[in-house]
Write a protein that binds this ligand. Structure first.
Ligand code: ATP
Ligand code: MG
Length: 708
């Protein structure tokens, strides 16, 4: 049945949004400020494309996080019903997994390849560099990642290296690449780099993907990096049927290689590009929006734009000075409690304020701690997002490494972790010898187990216990392959945990019973999670359509490395959110607190790194400004901005100074309100001075940018 013109797809869109949604046959860029309905354009456009007869499978929508993907899938479903299921909605990385699974053979990759997380990479680099320390390995990791994002391999990196240090890293990169190939493993950068290689070098693969995709939509386009842009270009081909939405003022991942050049390149690479600008903000009150516009104002503009809101002036932004982090946490508790009490007095209970209406945003993960403490004391339910992930917990990594090893026997990282969990009387010497043997013959550790010549480097007894482990793995793999659906998975996991006596392993390894039992309960959660996934109740994170109602365990395992949180559980909880600013992108809450808005925190220390030239300081200040802008624009109804009179720096307590951004927010007095009032005058003076500094710095930044 053909939908009526008043279908929900056109409903709830302004004219500019409709223009973007209805432009189906060529490249389209929606460029607009925060909260102007860019993400909404993507969701509605998916609906529109399907309405116009495109098959859901021909549509791919790329989001920045798994969580955003899950949310978009939900929204699309409520808009167009179950046909939304067939649409590929996922992150760039998950798309990469899918491409490599289907076509990685062309690059010598088996479909069951492993995805290494950042810790795995560090430890491989430690090893590849001859047992260096972790800090050095991390630095190498950073450099190598940057090279990879520029599309360089080890040989090319070595050729362009300047200085001995870089040449050394390039050589380590060579060893690292060899190891990854031997282990049938890829790192996160490869999930973009290898698909690019596939599309570039294998015409058949390229035409296959181009033919299968009718339209590609990209959210948060400003945070794509050069490699991702190349992938996008090759996926859409010359027809260029894509829709990118973004906001240059919200580009906050420069440190990860994201580049605004991608925005500048679009009109050059796609001369028929249609650019749509959205100007109405549907999220925030005018007071909040003005504060945001004031802060971002000094940054150089790629495209001029002005945002307005029809939601009314609203409450002024409240600036709160706090004595210390602990004091700040107490004040936030008080604020939440009083806003909730106020909400319950509003007519018809319509504005009743739920816990989930509140969010506290901060610069760095560790800043959550004082809030967690104060919230627990005050019985306020909360969640920390973007913090330590469930999958980073030691016990979960143990279990995952076993699972991963079953999928890909050649994954050495997983092999080492599994053989030690629990301990089975195989010592360091034995493992060391096995490792050397494997290196010499260019075999994976698992392959080496059954090599005839292993006996020449190890005593028979050691070979015996190693092979016993190998046989157990083979047996387990045989059983795992036959597990389909929730019930199978549950039985498999329960049996296996009993066989390796994992519960005892946990209790043996912990002094405190309480800690051990908490860990065991995480293990149970993991089992639930696995079996739900196998049962097909929960969508795969890769965004892959569920073609069959159930999955094998091994299929589920492969995408675990992509998960940063068990987002399903976060989903609809009615709790206060604690989050880093970076992780808050694209989201919104009625009541937001920006915590620790001090000079040195936000903006982050700009000047005490040696060897920084003024250009790069100016560019970093611009990125800090965008981060502040992202924070402010998460708020719908009220915004509080806190700064600390005393803050911790390392072990010291130092005097705190309010961020220059606070001063800039306050360019007009109606926008903000200081709290407490009696300090207003002193603060104003401080702001005025700061403001002058801030504007001078901004002018310098602008000049540096334009002279670039
Ligand atoms: P960000 O830059 O932060 O990612 P965005 O531009 O993607 O923001 P959305 O999240 O799509 O903005 O929309 C912001 C809010 O405004 C959402 O709550 C959305 O539902 C609402 N909204 C968007 N467009 C409209 C519209 N035409 N009418 C009413 N509400 C809208
Ligand atoms: Mg958005």
């Amino acid at each position: 049945s053909s939908p009526s013109p008043a279908s929900p797809i056109a409903h709830g869109l302004n004219l500019a949004q409709q223009e973007a949604v209805n432009y189906l046959h060529g490249p389209c860029l929606v460029l607009a400020g925060a909260g102007s309905g860019k993400t909404r354009v993507i969701t509605h456009k998916i609906g529109r494309l399907i309405q116009m007869g495109m098959k859901p499978e021909q549509i791919a929508a790329i989001t920045f996080t798994n969580k955003a993907a899950a949310e978009m899938r939900e929204r699309a479903k409520s808009l167009i019903g179950k046909s939304a299921k067939g649409v590929l909605i996922c992150t760039f990385h998950a798309l990469g997994v899918r491409m490599l699974r289907q076509d990685g053979a062309a690059l010598g990759l088996k479909p069951q390849f492993s995805i290494l997380d950042s810790d795995d990479v560090t430890s491989i680099l430690k090893d590849a560099g001859g047992s260096t320390d972790v800090a050095t390995a991390r630095q190498w990791q950073w450099t190598i990642s940057a090279w990879k994002n520029q599309g360089l391999n080890a040989a090319q990196a070595e050729a362009q290296a300047s200085g001995d240090e870089e040449r050394l890293i390039a050589r380590v990169m060579g060893h690292y690449e060899e190891r990854l190939a031997a282990y049938q493993s890829v790192d996160f950068d490869d999930l973009i780099g290898l698909p690019l290689k596939l599309l570039k070098e294998h015409e058949d693969v390229r035409s296959k993907w181009q033919a299968s995709l009718g339209h590609v939509l990209v959210d948060e386009y400003q945070d794509t990096n050069a490699t991702q842009y190349e992938v996008l270009k090759l996926l859409v081909g010359e027809r260029g049927r894509f829709t990118a939405v973004g906001d240059d003022d919200q580009s906050i991942y420069g440190w990860r290689g994201a580049t605004l050049d991608n925005l500048k390149k679009l009109p050059q690479d796609f001369p028929t590009l249609k650019v749509v600008k959205l100007e109405q903000n549907y999220r925030s009150t005018s007071a909040i929006l003005r504060a945001a516009n004031n802060v971002i104002g000094p940054n150089p503009k790629l495209f001029p734009k002005t945002l307005f809101s029809e939601l009314g002036e609203g409450e002024p932004v409240r600036v709160v000075d706090c004595d210390s982090e602990e004091h700040e946490a107490e004040r936030v508790v008080a604020r939440i409690q009083s806003l909730r009490a106020e909400g319950s007095l509003l007519p018809e209970g319509r504005q009743y304020r739920e816990w989930k209406d509140f969010c506290v945003l901060y610069r760095a993960n560790h800043m959550a701690k004082p809030f967690e403490k104060a919230f627990r004391k005050a019985n306020i339910p909360y969640k920390v997002s973007g913090g330590q992930s469930f999958f980073d917990r030691a016990e979960i990594k143990d279990l995952c490494s076993w699972m991963v090893l079953l999928v890909n026997n050649d994954n050495n990282q997983a092999f080492i972790r599994s053989i030690k969990t629990p301990k089975r009387g195989i010592g360091h010497t034995t493992l060391g010898a096995l490792n050397t043997f494997a290196d010499t013959y260019k075999l994976s550790l698992f392959e080496s187990l059954f090599s005839n010549s292993l006996g020449s480097v190890l005593p028979a007894k050691a070979v015996g216990s190693l092979q016993e482990f190998g046989r157990y793995l083979n047996d387990l793999e045989y059983r795992a392959k036959r597990c389909v659906g929730a019930e199978d998975a549950r039985i498999f996991l329960t049996d296996w945990l009993k066989e390796i006596d994992y519960e005892k392993h946990l209790y043996d390894g912990e002094d405190s019973e309480k800690v051990a039992s908490a860990r065991w309960s995480n293990v149970m959660d993991f089992c639930d999670w696995m079996s739900q996934r196998c049962g097909g109740q929960i969508d795969d994170t890769s965004g892959a359509t569920i073609e069959k109602p159930t999955k094998t365990m091994l299929e589920v395992v492969q995408t675990i490395a992509l998960l940063s949180t068990i987002s399903e559980r976060e989903g609809d909880q009615n709790v206060v959110t604690l989050s880093t600013l970076h992780a808050s992108k694209g989201l919104e809450w009625p009541h937001v607190v920006l915590a620790g808005v001090n000079e040195g925190l936000l903006p982050f220390k700009l000047d005490d790194d040696d060897g920084q030239n003024t250009d790069s300081i100016a560019l970093r200040l611009q990125e800090e400004r965008r981060l502040m802008y992202v924070g402010i624009t998460r708020a719908q109804r009220t915004l509080a901005v806190d700064w600390l009179r005393k803050r911790k720096k390392g072990r010291d307590l130092i005097a705190g100074v309010p961020s220059r951004f606070i001063a800039e927010m306050a360019l007009d007095k109606a926008t903000i309100k200081e709290d407490p009032r009696e300090k207003l005058k002193a603060l104003r003076a401080e702001f005025a001075k700061k403001s002058a500094d801030g504007l001078a710095a901004a002018a310098a930044a602008k000049a540096a940018y334009e002279g670039r």
